[in-house]
Design a protein around this ligand. Structure first.
Ligand code: SAH
Length: 219
């Protein structure tokens, strides 16, 4: 680890607690989510040159034209997915730098995360391994297909925007399970889909801004 990174590491706990305070002021109420985010070194998930900005409430560029979601987005999606209960088995689509994955790992017994850009996933794999996060399994694939062999899931979270979620993916939810994702194209909103015995209900929430969901994989 470079001097620059470890220097930030020394002050990061304080900076992180200010981020948590801000999230609380911005309406995040799930203390389990806030507590998880207070322990994860977000500055290690961005490029060194941006590490000093890692705790700002903003998305930042990672690599390959992708972005790390802002702390508020990660917190909000996590609390929507959790609905105040510990999760068992979660599917994440769009691993990116792995920050949301690391947060989810604290909220659930097991996280399966899928990323379509191979070299991005390789770096994330190394990062999460160094942080010794063990209850995750990463896969290089097109996430829209889901991961039926590892399901069913009590939560599915997708961090790239689309207008439509295939029913084959929603069928990988347990009855009582929830999916959270950005829905739309130009105008986007967080969308919560809940599966019940009769079918699915959809709730449209805050306006957001995400990179697009793409099909196929990049090597
Ligand atoms: N939660 C991530 C968000 C990264 S941005 C983070 O905070 O770092 C969204 C990610 O979704 C990108 O890495 C992008 O490559 C990925 N993605 C887009 N379409 C996908 C698909 N069909 N399957 C899997 N991943 C996809």
């Amino acid at each position: 680890m470079s001097a620059h990174h470890s220097g930030i590491g020394m002050t990061s706990q304080r900076t992180r607690m200010r981020m948590i305070e801000r999230l609380r002021e911005q309406g995040i109420a799930d203390e389990v989510v806030l507590s998880a985010m207070s322990t994860i070194p977000r500055h290690l998930f961005v490029e060194e040159a941006l590490a000093s900005r890692a705790y700002e409430d903003a998305p930042l560029p990672i690599n390959f034209g992708q972005t790390i979601s802002s702390p508020w987005i990660v917190a909000r999606m996590s609390e929507l997915l959790r609905a105040n209960a510990r999760l068992n088995n979660v599917l994440e689509i769009g691993t990116g730098c792995g920050y949301q994955t690391a947060v989810l790992a604290k909220l659930t017994d097991k996280v399966h995360s899928i990323e379509r850009i191979g070299p991005l996933l390789t770096r994330t794999r190394i990062r999460l391994h160094k942080l010794q996060i063990k209850n995750i399994s990463l896969k290089h694939a097109d996430g829209l297909l889901g991961l039926a062999e590892a399901g069913p899931f009590d939560g599915i979270i997708m961090t790239a925007v689309t207008t439509h979620v295939p029913s084959s993916l929603l069928e990988q939810l347990v009855i009582g399970g929830r999916m959270v994702f950005p829905k739309g194209s130009q105008k986007q909103n967080l969308c919560l889909i809940e599966r019940n015995a009769q079918g699915y209900t959809e709730t449209i929430l805050e306006e957001v801004k995400f990179v697009p969901l793409l099909s196929g994989v990049e090597r």
